[in-house]
Design a protein around this ligand. Structure first.
Ligand SMILES: Cc1ncc(COP(=O)(O)O)c(C=O)c1O
Length: 489
């Protein structure tokens, strides 16, 4: 009997599939007797148990009749078809329009952590690892699980955590909020998703900064929103570039423009708030890394200036702690609260209670603040190492965007073409250095070439070494200029 195994999964499953295919193709006729398990095992150089398991499976699915061990006979195909549990190829099923859009957007996403094997990966978003945080978190988690409530949590978030978030926001971000204004979400990503669901009808306009955070753009595109952009300069979002009408939501990063780095000026903040009041649209303030400011005072969030209840404030623990935690928070204007809580409830019934309780403890006992202080020190050293490395090894070739916060820098490459930039990225990858273009962060074409350099995950010595490789790549591609022709800030 000729059977070909496809090499996927356990042997008994491969044999089951091969036998099924032979039966369905009519190569083994209905009513015929299959070889004895011992015989087939010998022929196919399989163990008898493997063959027995395959026969049992085929019996269970109705492809064979009789008793395993006393002769197995092939059932008629009609009978077998009637009992086949699942079709192997799903028929084309009508799906909602959302599915088509989501697939299109998703298929364009460059896989997250591309260059895992690289010696120095400057990918934005890789977290700062800190053994002290890991042990403190493990302790909090253990205590929280010992006292865990097992029923569904409040979908709005544990009161203890919402209270801690309010306290924290008042001290660090100048936000006055009560626990009932706060919704705990599974990261900023869910905040965007809920906002799309609650605020935006497909076809309505969402305005993003250009460049911007792709995670936001993708959610709104998949939702079917009309995604528009307004440029940024050294004062943040250019408010004069906002559409004259039709805007439903503006997404901004005022504390640290993502990714270009500017702090939105007070004048622009007030203009944007005014715009939202006139347009009766919403503003989403994504305060993703406002806690980490190095050479300047922390700035109060834009939400603290909002007199018209137009700002939806979002924060995340992805940067302050670590992204796999998947916890963040929203501060909602009163008119939106109920709808967001309802959407959260329909979405997932609330975030996991043990993690929320652990976080509330960690914030309450001062561990979180301690960690933030340590992390800010470490990040500042890494940032300085990167700035020094850029000056030393790439001085004339890059222009570093003015930025005093966060976990990344943008290095613009004046006079470099897109093809040259691609070559640079390829050569660097060959030499173990992961570099990333600024292009994906623009809706259309980036006005000039640049690189987004994340420094959170590498110690200063590695950053120095990475910058040396970067400088050598620039020199080997003839892109290094004499120092002084363009300066790294
Ligand atoms: C601009 C911006 N917003 C938000 C986030 C955090 O997203 P999340 O909370 O979904 O991890 C990030 C993380 O990289 C970010 O860069």
């Amino acid at each position: 009997m000729y059977l070909e195994l496809d090499g996927n999964g356990p042997l008994y499953a491969q044999l089951t599939r091969a036998l099924k295919a032979a039966i369905l193709a009519g190569r083994v006729a209905a009513g015929s007797r299959l070889p004895a398990t011992r015989v087939l095992a010998r022929e196919m150089e399989l163990s008898r148990n493997t063959v027995l398991a395959a026969y049992e499976q085929l019996h269970a699915e109705g492809f064979l009749l009789g008793k395993v061990g006393s002769g197995s006979y092939v059932a008629s195909i009609e009978a077998a078809r009637a009992t086949r549990p699942v079709a192997r190829v799903a028929p084309a099923t009508p799906v909602a329009r959302y599915a088509k859009r989501a697939r299109e957007v998703f298929d364009r996403i460059i896989p997250g952590r591309q260059y895992k094997g690289l010696r120095f990966n400057l990918q934005y978003g890789l977290p700062l690892t800190n053994p002290a945080l890991t042990s403190a978190w493990r302790r909090s988690l253990a205590q929280a699980s010992a006292h865990a409530e097992l029923d569904y949590p409040d979908p709005q978030g544990l009161l203890a955590l919402r209270t801690q978030v309010c306290d924290y926001l008042a001290r660090r971000r100048g936000i006055v909020a009560a626990p009932e204004d706060v919704l705990i979400v599974s990261g900023t990503q869910q905040a965007f998703f809920l906002a799309a669901t609650v605020i935006i009808e497909p076809g309505e306009s969402v305005v993003l900064e250009d460049p911007h955070y792709r995670g936001a753009r993708q959610v709104f595109q998949a939702h079917g929103a009309k995604v528009e952009v307004a440029g940024v300069d050294g004062d943040g979002l250019i408010t004069d570039a906002l559409p004259a009408r039709g805007t439903r939501l503006v997404v901004v990063t005022p504390s640290h423009q993502f990714p270009a780095g500017a702090v939105m000026s007070l004048a622009r903040r007030l203009e944007l708030l005014d715009y939202a009041a006139r347009q009766r649209c919403w503003i989403m303030e994504d305060d993703y890394d406002g806690e980490f400011r190095y050479d300047a005072h922390p700035l109060a969030a834009m939400q603290s200036l909002d007199r018209h209840g137009r700002v939806i404030y979002i924060g995340s623990f992805s940067k302050t702690l670590f992204p796999s935690l998947r916890l963040g928070y929203m501060v909602l204007p009163p008119g939106l609260r109920q709808a967001f809580v309802a959407a959260k409830w329909f979405c997932d019934r609330g975030c996991p209670a043990i993690e929320q309780a652990a976080l509330a403890r960690f914030m309450g006992d001062g561990g979180f603040e301690r960690h933030l202080r340590d992390a800010a020190k470490t990040l500042k050293q890494r940032r300085n190492a990167m700035l020094a490395g850029l000056r030393r090894y790439a001085g004339g070739a890059v222009e570093v965007a003015d930025s005093h916060a966060g976990m990344h820098l943008v290095a613009w490459l004046p006079g470099v073409s897109r093809a040259q930039c691609e070559k640079l990225i390829t050569l660097a990858a060959e030499r173990g250095l992961g570099l990333y273009s600024i292009h994906p962060y623009f809706l259309g074409r980036a006005p000039r070439e640049g690189l987004l350099l994340g420094y959170a995950s590498l110690p200063p010595a590695d950053i120095e070494a990475a910058m040396r490789v970067f400088g050598a790549c620039l020199a080997d591609l003839g892109m290094a200029r004499r120092p002084g022709t363009a300066a790294a800030a």
